[in-house]
Ligand binder design. Structure first.
Ligand code: MLT
Ligand code: ZN
Length: 494
């Protein structure tokens, strides 16, 4: 565990005065109503405390803020769009000394688009939407696609190694980042804004900042990979016989359509019921109710007709073999949008309902169907009325396995009774199947203590060694990601 070097913490007034001198009075917020949106997490589950929120407009300012806070033992919590589902971007509620939230939203410039090297260089506060638009304007694709793309920022996407609905084809954020600039806890700047696809000159330091959730440094800029823009896409919804049938259909799609398979998303019957209840004006794409469905998207540089024919071939093979029970191919861009809307609104529908136990797990595809069956049985054995909201990125092995309270049971009551036992059961089954207890949402504070059950002593010790090497005072985003180390047992001396 890290130990602060500063015996007497500085006062809030000192902090505000020093940081105002760096970023200017307009960019140093101190009043409670102004602080509220920055100290409250996206789902309203975590509310922290901060002495101030600073909004620097350059890497130099971030560096100066960090250097001052480091010299005075002040905690800094980096923040992008504040869309973490794990409470990773807000300060702790009970901190021993005042924290500063450092939000990067003013650093929102696209710095360069290189269509020869196929790279996009931008500041960390650019939203994912703006990054995708900048790529599109240059005739390219930046392929990361997640529900919060209008508000999440590239720096947050990097810090959390964001995933989403196109990982099957393009990989996670880690696969899309070529270079990173980051400010270290002591204010030094790591300048790694290189656009190289090959660079074997020792440790790949940028990886330290990708997925470490702002505990090792603050990402201030990045070089991202651009891809060719697809010219055609074809989208279908298919009702499938079971999770195992969905996996078999994915195999069929890969065999027939190869690289064109861009998304393969699972949707359980209760997830569709829930989302349709909220959307109101959207009808179910199927006549009958089904327990399991998949949304399949193919994209390529070929013609739209050719792609539709390929997807039809996949669906017909599925119907012939009994994997597919019913299917509907989007006939227009508007249809495709509706199918995607159904999928993407599931998350919000749960938030609005309240009482959802979010388990964001990944399991090797070869074991995912058995995992879903076993975890469903385990949850229903605990509370048979639970609504099984199971959906997500099956194509890459990531399911959002989110048991939801029965309709007539208050959220608080259900979570108090079942949050612990259900999440422990689901996580343990995923772990036993060779999976991960956090596939794409990160660890933050929500999953921090669970890591001690699922990571080996060696892994945990290495994580702490890295943290201590970069942030020996433990001032950067404390209380996130790393579970408190378990003290070594005292061995009695003979
Ligand atoms: C999604 O894929 O919709 C989100 O990652 C899941 C969520 O918000 O729980
Ligand atoms: Zn997801």
């Amino acid at each position: 565990m890290t130990t602060p070097l500063h015996a007497s913490p500085v006062s809030t007034d000192d902090i505000v005065q020093a940081l105002t001198a760096i970023v200017g009075p307009q960019a140093c917020l101190t009043q409670a109503p102004d602080l509220k949106p920055f100290v409250t997490d996206y789902r309203g589950l975590y509310v922290g405390q901060a002495a101030a929120v600073v909004l620097p407009n350059s890497t130099q300012q971030v560096s100066q803020v960090m250097a001052w806070c480091h010299a005075h033992g002040v905690v800094v919590v980096p923040q992008g769009g504040n869309t973490s589902l794990m409470g990773g971007a807000v300060p702790e509620a009970q901190a021993s000394s005042p924290a500063v939230v450092l939000n990067l939203r003013r650093m929102n410039q696209v710095l360069a688009v290189d269509t020869v090297n196929d790279t996009l260089t931008l500041q960390a506060g650019v939203t994912l939407n703006a990054a995708r638009s900048a790529a599109e304007d240059a005739g390219r694709l930046f392929p990361l696609r997640i529900g919060s793309e209008g508000s999440c920022q590239i720096g947050g996407n990097i810090s959390t190694n964001a995933g989403g609905t196109a990982v099957l084809r393009y990989g996670n954020m880690r696969d899309l980042v070529l270079g990173v600039e980051a400010v270290l806890p002591d204010g030094r700047i790591y300048s790694g804004l290189r656009g190289l696809r090959k660079d074997n000159t020792g440790y790949d330091l940028k990886q330290l900042f990708i997925g470490s959730e702002g505990t090792l440094g603050i990402v201030t800029a990045a070089v991202l990979k651009l891809m060719p823009q697809p010219t055609a896409s074809s989208v279908a919804l298919a009702a499938v016989a079971s999770p195992a049938a969905a996996v078999a259909l994915l195999g069929e799609a890969k065999k027939t359509a190869g690289q064109a398979v861009t998304a393969f998303e699972l949707i359980s019957g209760p997830a569709l019921d829930l989302v349709l209840g909220y959307l109101g004006n959207v009808k179910s794409p199927f006549e009958a109710r089904h327990d399991w469905m998949v949304l399949i998207e193919l994209t390529s540089g070929a013609s739209a007709e050719g792609l539709d024919a390929t997807l039809m071939q996949v669906l017909e093979a599925g119907l012939d073999s009994g994997l597919v029970l019913d299917a509907t191919l989007a006939q227009s861009g508007a249809d495709a949008q509706t199918f995607w809307r159904i999928r993407e609104e599931i998350s919000d529908a749960q938030t609005r309902t309240g009482g959802s136990i979010k388990c964001d797990v990944s399991v090797p595809l070869s074991r995912i169907a058995a995992f879903i069956d076993e975890a469903t049985a385990a949850v229903l054995a605990l509370e048979p009325q639970t609504r099984m909201i199971v959906y997500g990125h099956m194509g890459d092995g990531n399911v959002h396995f989110n048991p939801l309270r029965p309709a007539d049971r208050p959220a608080k009551d259900y979570l108090a009774a079942f949050y612990e036992p259900i999440s422990r059961q689901v996580d343990s089954l995923a772990h036993a199947a060779g999976g991960s207890i956090s596939a794409e949402h990160g660890v933050g504070v929500a999953k921090r203590d669970d890591l001690s059950h699922y990571k080996s002593d060696v892994e945990l010790a290495l994580m702490w060694q890295i943290k201590n090497a970069l942030d020996p005072q433990g001032l950067l985003n404390p209380g996130k990601v790393l579970p408190a180390p378990v003290a070594a047992p005292v061995v009695a001396q003979a």
